[in-house]
Design a binder for this molecule. Structure first.
Ligand code: FES
Length: 569
């Protein structure tokens, strides 16, 4: 076995070694723990402010048990945590900050390997980005989805929030019932129970080979969640002995597999910015076009909300992601290595589908083509994305008048106005909700349709913005427009009544306004002053890259390895 990195601390003689060990011993740690055992960091995103991750102390205990059984020495540490539901203005604003915390915490400490405990949306990409920039052996343990909610005898989960909210706006669901639904939906520990962003991220790490098989879908409340945590604890110790570092897992082939599998499960559009950011850290050259090229022809094999009928709990009982991987074996790079030392294909040889209504076969998919489509045009020279499986088929080719909202406040102020001039064929345009413009690119791209039209029975319209969409949402929504409006993209120049033409089969999104008129409008355009002139947010606005590159901070791209060259003792 290669010399353990942790021995640069605990194996030292003299005053330095004394100091490194002595202060650890105040936790009641016996001397033999420091005698050359792999030291495993458990990077815990536990927080009561991140309800989806609030059970992680318990999960960490299972990981520790596994590490000890395998002869390692576990040390749990906290990093910043991002709770999607509570954080304002939006959790995405802090993804990169959390990744910095993770990266620096791992590198600065005497660790040989790391277990990432993550669940709620951003906690997965942020910790993986940070770990990728260090490069130690790394394994992910996801927190698992909530149990399926039950409301008025029906199965429910996060996607129903949008339906209930519309029903409440239309007066079809009373305020009392709306309130009652809260506890019925969130009835157990875990993250959102649909194929929203958290589940998509859990499937992403399983597709990349960064966790043990089945990790993505085991419900948080299922005792097998603790079992996989314990097994992961055992495995990371061997990964250190084998020097199975994260760069050996995160290859170009692994990223391509993740894109194809995300298409097959109907994963969230947020997958795009997170996978691009992770690729940027590990040095794999991935572009927005790869998502369309590799994913858009992949059939939909999972019937899961928000685009389908079932929930993550059902997905697990039906066989989970390994069944989908097995079905897609011909498309995937089947020899891609995973953390258990086996290939992605070997891992699911024995997997079986137990419910054909939830996981389809390659021959009889739920939809012939799924995945994310990338469109270009004068409204989005660097691209925009849409998830056709969550959209209305008739609106995939459409021409309509722009109904423009200058920012989210303008949208809120006017959307319920009974006098708002709006037609079902209009295209809703929301500006200034991008990475720089909001800042942090909130999940508001699936803006609700005008109340006036909703009461006429209109449930979907073409919507365009530089924002993101919750993975639990749906609709004909063009997202991640790049360049964003706050960076001077043409989106900033759209005016009410301009004609917009969308053509998803031909991958185009255009504003039918001449270049001359746009140039004239540009002369009068100025970015809004958001008033952020200090601290992290000022730095974020200055340094953040556009959405088509993953929205990382420029100076965080790449990695710095695990070596620490200076030593103050
Ligand atoms: Fe945490 Fe949905 S709010 S996963």
């Amino acid at each position: 076995m290669k010399k353990l990195r942790s021995q640069n601390w605990f194996g030292k003689k003299g005053k330095d070694g004394f100091i490194y060990r002595a202060w650890m011993k105040n936790q009641g740690i016996p001397d033999d723990e420091f005698q050359g055992k792999p030291v495993i960091g458990i990077c815990n995103t536990w927080s009561e402010l991140t309800p989806c991750n609030a059970h992680f102390r318990e999960l960490a205990e299972s990981v520790k048990r596994g590490i000890l059984e395998a002869g390692g020495f576990p040390l749990e540490f906290p990093v910043m945590s991002l709770g999607e539901t509570l954080i304002k203005p939006t959790a995405m604003l802090y993804r990169n900050l959390m990744s910095m915390d993770t990266e620096e915490s791992i590198r600065a400490n005497p660790l040989d390997g790391v277990v990432l405990l993550c669940g709620c949306d951003k906690t997965t990409p942020a910790t993986v980005m940070g770990a990728a920039s260090v490069g130690l052996p790394t394994i992910v343990v996801s927190g698992g989805p909530m149990l399926t909610g039950k409301f008025k005898g029906k199965n429910v989960a996060t996607s129903d929030v949008w339906r209930w909210s519309e029903a409440n706006r239309k007066g079809e669901l009373s305020d009392v019932e709306f309130r009652l639904a809260e506890g019925c939906m969130a009835r157990s520990k875990g993250h959102c129970a649909v194929m929203g962003t958290a589940s998509t991220m859990a499937c992403m790490v399983e597709s990349l080979g960064l966790c043990l098989p089945e990790n993505a879908a085991i419900p948080a409340a299922d005792s097998r969640r603790k079992v996989i945590a314990q097994l992961s604890g055992r495995r990371i110790v061997d990964m250190v002995r084998e020097d199975l570092t994260i760069d050996k897992i995160l290859t170009r082939a692994a990223f391509e597999n993740a894109i194809m599998l995300n298409a097959a499960i109907g994963g969230s559009t947020n997958f795009v910015v997170h996978l691009l950011a992770i690729a940027g850290r590990i040095g794999v050259d991935l572009t927005l076009d790869d998502f369309d090229k590799l994913g858009s022809h992949i059939p939909l094999l999972a019937n899961l909300q928000p685009s389908g009928d079932y929930f993550m709990e059902d997905f697990y009982y039906a066989g989970g992601l390994p069944v989908v991987i097995k079905e897609l074996d011909k498309e995937l790079h089947s020899d891609a290595l995973t953390v258990n030392g086996q290939s992605i294909s070997e891992n699911c040889k024995a997997s079986e589908c137990y419910n054909a209504e939830i996981i389809a076969t390659r021959e009889k998919p739920f939809q012939e083509a799924s995945g994310i489509a990338v469109v270009y045009g004068n409204l989005c020279q660097n691209g925009a994305i849409i998830k056709p499986s969550a959209a209305t088929a008739e609106l995939m080719v459409h021409k309509g008048k722009a109904l423009v909202f200058e920012n989210i406040e303008d949208y809120h102020a006017r959307i319920n106005d009974p006098n708002l001039e709006a037609d079902p064929t209009d295209v809703l345009v929301l500006k200034n909700v991008g990475l720089k413009g909001y800042p942090g690119m909130p999940e508001v791209g699936n803006m609700a349709v005008p109340k006036k039209l909703l009461s006429q029975g209109v449930t979907d319209m073409v919507r365009i913005s530089d924002g993101r969409m919750s993975g639990t949402a749906y609709g004909t929504v063009f997202l991640h427009v790049s360049p964003e409006s706050a960076a001077g993209g043409n989106l900033a120049l759209v005016e009410n009544g301009d004609m917009i033409e969308v053509d998803v089969p031909n991958r185009s999104l255009n504003l039918i306004v001449s270049d001359e008129v746009l140039a004239e409008r540009r002369k009068n355009w100025q970015p809004a002053d958001l008033g952020y002139n200090r601290g992290y947010v000022e730095m974020y606005i200055r340094e953040v890259e556009e959405a088509h590159l993953g929205g990382d901070l420029k100076f965080l791209k790449g990695n710095s390895g695990s070596e620490v060259t200076r030593d103050s003792h």
